[in-house]
Design a protein around this ligand. Structure first.
Ligand SMILES: [Fe+2]
Ligand SMILES: [Fe+2]
Length: 196
């Protein structure tokens, strides 16, 4: 799509363009996550990124399903947004010598990716609902839930362990797994930190 060629005329075409955009983005993320797993030194971070790689592969399959529901061939269109975010993360991580500091940078970069995805899926859900495709919105919602959970898990890992470790301090608390996090009071340690 050229910026000034105006080849998107209808709302449906805009929707399809965004679908192709996120399809491209998810595929680039799936290509990048193994590199982050390799660069990470925290075992929990490695595990978390691996889990999200599996989820991302499932998310790509969900997008294949959406293309099929629309009677379209699954196809990506270059997403400049994700290229920028991934490129910046790559540059940042490549500039860090200290492994512990690198873990903090990996989390920050991964969260930038999650936030991008959260924005995109939020828009896609709204548009799918607008055009009366609740079936497609439901598929996007399943993915959005995973992106939000990943973002939260990364925050917990950063705040509880990776950031203090990068600063040369002991971990603040035991980190919690994503599965058990629903019942945990994840924000309490932050409150303790403030008063410390
Ligand atoms: Fe994703
Ligand atoms: Fe993601």
């Amino acid at each position: 799509m050229g910026l000034f060629s105006r080849d998107i005329e209808t709302f449906e075409q805009l929707f399809l363009h965004s679908l192709k955009d996120i399809y491209y983005a998810e595929k680039r993320i799936a290509e990048t996550l193994p590199k982050l797993v390799e660069s990470a030194s925290s075992r929990e971070l490695k595990r978390g990124l691996q889990t999200h790689l599996k989820e991302t592969e499932g998310q790509i399959e969900r997008l294949d399903e959406v293309f099929a529901l629309l009677g379209e061939e699954p196809k990506g269109t270059k997403c400049k947004g994700i290229e920028g975010i991934l490129g910046e993360g790559d540059e940042l991580v490549g500039n860090i010598a200290d492994k512990k500091v690198m873990d903090a940078a990996i989390i920050a970069s991964a969260q930038a990716v999650e936030h991008y995805e959260i924005t995109r899926y939020g828009g896609l859900i709204a548009w799918a609902e607008e055009v009366g495709r609740a079936d497609i919105a439901k598929i996007f919602k399943a993915t959005l839930k995973e992106e939000v959970a990943t973002d939260k898990a990364l925050s917990r890992l950063a705040e509880g362990k990776v950031n203090p470790t990068a600063e040369g301090k002991p971990a603040r608390r035991r980190t919690v797994s994503r599965r058990s996090s629903k019942t945990s009071s994840a924000r309490k340690p932050a409150a303790r930190r403030k008063s410390a």
